[in-house]
Design a protein around this ligand. Structure first.
Ligand code: FAD
Length: 258
């Protein structure tokens, strides 16, 4: 790993200022994506900016018109949250499908979404829940619907110097499920994932790992199959993935309807 500067800002403003310095500067949350890429030399950086000393970027809170999910909230905290379990049990179901206890203790929800992997497991359920990201940067604060947040594999619409400071979930409870299909029972990335939620009478569906980004699709098997755009890779063929979308979406819609 190449040497880099290590920064520990104490406020969001300071983090934005440090990110604005010349060179390639990367934010660090749990580090479970970032450090792996640095060690493999897939990324080189001039500075790593640790967000964990900044107060207010973690935690889960009912704020009336939305539930605040701090980007530094770990997957383990999401799995233990009674507030989330009471409204959206599918979030607990999702984190239990992710990594290992050690990985879940370090990994954050913000890191999972900002890493923008097509297979990011937190994305499909949060897409179903209409989550909205709060981003802050040199130009101030803005809200970005999670549906509009992913730009391409590994890329979000965040502008240079912007960071996510909150994930807001509208308060309506939802009955839902998350189904992850992978070759191993643990510590594996999905080659297809499906989240489905019923918010009142509104049925919502989202897919992971079968398009350049996680996507919301209309709640029908035919539409899901039509709109996914899977690729062939070492783990599965596009044809097999498309067939699994058909199977898993049917299963998810039936589970939410039961
Ligand atoms: C063994 C292992 C198993 C794994 N299993 C799974 C799995 O089952 N499912 C899955 O989806 N993932 C899995 N992952 C990937 C990873 O653990 C998750 O994506 C995790 O949630 C990333 O969070 P983090 O806090 O570690 O992110 P980091 O590595 O700290 O950051 C990831 C990226 O997001 C950026 N970032 C972080 N926070 C912010 C912010 N607030 N604003 C803007 N940018 C930000 C960072 O700069 C970096 O580019 C696994 C990883 C490992 C090593």
């Amino acid at each position: 790993m190449r040497a880099f500067r290590y920064e520990e800002p104490r406020s969001v403003e300071e983090a934005i200022a440090v990110m604005g310095r010349p060179g390639k500067n990367r934010l660090l949350a749990g580090g479970t994506d970032l450090l792996v890429r640095l060690k493999r030399r897939e990324w080189t950086v001039d500075a790593v900016i640790n967000l964990k000393r900044i107060a207010g970027l973690g935690g889960i809170e009912d704020r009336g018109d939305h539930v605040f999910l701090g980007p530094l909230t770990t997957l383990e905290e999401i799995g233990r949250s009674e507030l989330l379990a009471a409204r959206w049990p599918m979030l607990r179901e999702t984190v239990h499908e992710m990594g290992s206890p050690q990985v879940r203790a370090m990994s954050t929800v913000g890191g999972n979404l900002c890493n923008a992997s097509p297979a990011a497991d937190m994305a499909p359920p949060l897409l179903c829940l209409d989550a909205v990201m709060t981003a802050r940067g040199p130009q101030g604060e803005r809200l970005i619907r999670l549906q509009d947040f992913f730009a391409a594999p590994g890329r979000t619409v965040l502008a240079p110097g912007e960071l996510v400071t909150a994930i807001r979930i509208p308060p309506a409870p939802a009955k839902g499920c998350f189904i992850k299909f992978c070759t191993r029972r643990a510590m594996d990335l999905a080659f297809v994932s499906v989240a489905c939620a019923a918010v009142g009478n509104d049925i919502r569906l989202a897919l992971g790992a079968v398009a350049p980004t996680p996507i919301r699709v209309p709640p029908s098997v035919e539409e899901a199959v039509k709109r996914c755009a899977p690729i062939d890779d070492v783990r599965a063929s596009a044809e097999y993935r498309r067939e699994m979308v058909r199977v898993l979406v049917r299963r998810a819609l039936a589970r939410v309807a039961s």
